[in-house]
Design a protein around this ligand. Structure first.
Ligand code: FAD
Length: 338
């Protein structure tokens, strides 16, 4: 017999822990399974989370786990390998280590994977001086010599945006052969230098980025390189359940309503598992919202079940005890069986 939970949360990043917190405080039996690979694991600091700005990501999550413990939420390290609907509105959840549990509701908080452009040296420096998000890191590297790698024409827009954080921005066109005239005009107006030619690698000194090297051997001194990693949702469990997707500028993502419900009844998706633009604070907010709505849904589902039983004249032991007490006092109870 498997352990049965009200909710199994898959993924213990900001989104999953936040869902777990509100569900634990709602007295739900909750299991959070976490494979321990949060998206910002390589970053030294987490920025922009009001009251936690600059906190190391691992410390933020450890603090979150301590908060969930207070409410009896169970958290296990591990990877969920499969979620299967049992046909009665509940789910069998199988872990990669062979364990299995049952759940009434599932929260997919599995995050996404950033696919780094295949330029030598770039993946190794990811999250340190190869960056993607000015809102996460821009302040910390302000006024430095920025490079922007453009495997796609839209990266020129990233270069324009970055002029808010440094006036020394060089766009490396890399594999992009052409830009629209209007974009050249904007780049010139913003003071962005543009370098044509393929980037072949990065120059470093004392484990710090010092330059960007082109295939023709030219080296451009730069201390920070911004790239666009392709954000790919970890949606294999949802896909296997038959969840529908929606198109986003970053490619297909699970289709969810504004509360995080997927198209599979009982299965929710929150944080980066549901959208590529969610920052930590948005992911936490989405998890929280889903958690409280799941609790409300379960409360109402249980009440509807009880109503059905009463209509059918089948009373649960709790109701029968209530009837007995009411009859003993000479009352009429709550309108059932008088
Ligand atoms: C380098 C970098 C720096 C960043 N800096 C910032 C910043 O300063 N401020 C900011 O707001 N945002 C920042 N972000 C974005 C931030 O990382 C995300 O917004 C945030 O991690 C999303 O939280 P999440 O809970 O949705 O997903 P995640 O934090 O990625 O957590 C998902 C969790 O689910 C687990 N998981 C996945 N599949 C399974 C499975 N099958 N079974 C069990 N567990 C599973 C993963 O291992 C992971 O632990 C940064 C991102 C990067 C790449």
């Amino acid at each position: 017999m498997y352990d049965a939970y009200d909710v199994v949360v898959i993924g213990g990043g900001a989104a999953g822990l936040s869902a777990g917190l509100v569900l634990g405080r709602s007295r739900r039996r909750v299991l959070v399974v976490d494979a321990g690979e949060p998206r910002n694991a390589l970053a030294a600091h987490m920025q922009g989370y009001l009251s936690r700005d600059g906190m190391p990501p691992a410390e933020f999550l450890a603090e979150g786990r301590r908060e969930l413990e207070r409410y009896g939420v169970e958290m296990v390290p591990g990877r969920v390998a499969e979620v299967a609907a049992d046909g009665d509105g509940e789910f069998d959840v199988r872990l990669a280590d062979g364990g299995a549990v049952r759940a009434r509701r599932i929260v997919m908080a599995t995050g996404l994977v950033d696919e780094i452009p295949p330029v030598p040296g770039v993946a190794e420096r990811w999250g340190r001086d190869v960056l993607h998000c000015p809102y996460c890191h821009g302040w910390e590297v302000r006024d430095q010599a920025f490079g922007v790698l453009a495997p796609e024409p839209f990266n020129s827009h990233q270069a324009l945006l970055l002029t808010q954080w440094s006036k020394d921005v060089t766009l490396f066109l890399h594999t992009v052969r052409e830009l629209p005239d209007a974009e050249w005009e904007r780049l010139a107006a913003a003071g962005v230098s543009v370098v044509e030619g393929e980037v072949a690698g990065l120059e470093t000194e004392d484990d710090r980025l010092t330059g960007v090297r082109l295939a023709d051997g030219r080296v451009f001194p730069r201390s920070v390189l911004f790239i666009s990693a392709k954000p790919v949702p970890r949606d294999n469990l949802l896909t296997a359940l038959g969840a529908r997707t929606r198109e986003t500028p970053a490619g297909p993502y699970p289709a969810v309503d504004e509360a995080g419900r997927t198209t599979v009844p009982g299965v929710w998706a929150v944080g980066n598992a549901a959208g590529p633009t969610e920052q930590v604070i948005n992911a936490a907010s989405a998890g929280y919202r889903a958690g409280l709505l799941i609790n409300a849904e379960l409360v109402m589902a249980d009440i509807e079940t009880e109503v059905g039983r009463r209509r059918a004249g089948v009373f649960s032991p709790r109701v029968e005890a209530e009837v007995a007490r009411t009859v003993a006092k000479g009352g009429r109870g709550h309108g059932f069986g008088g």
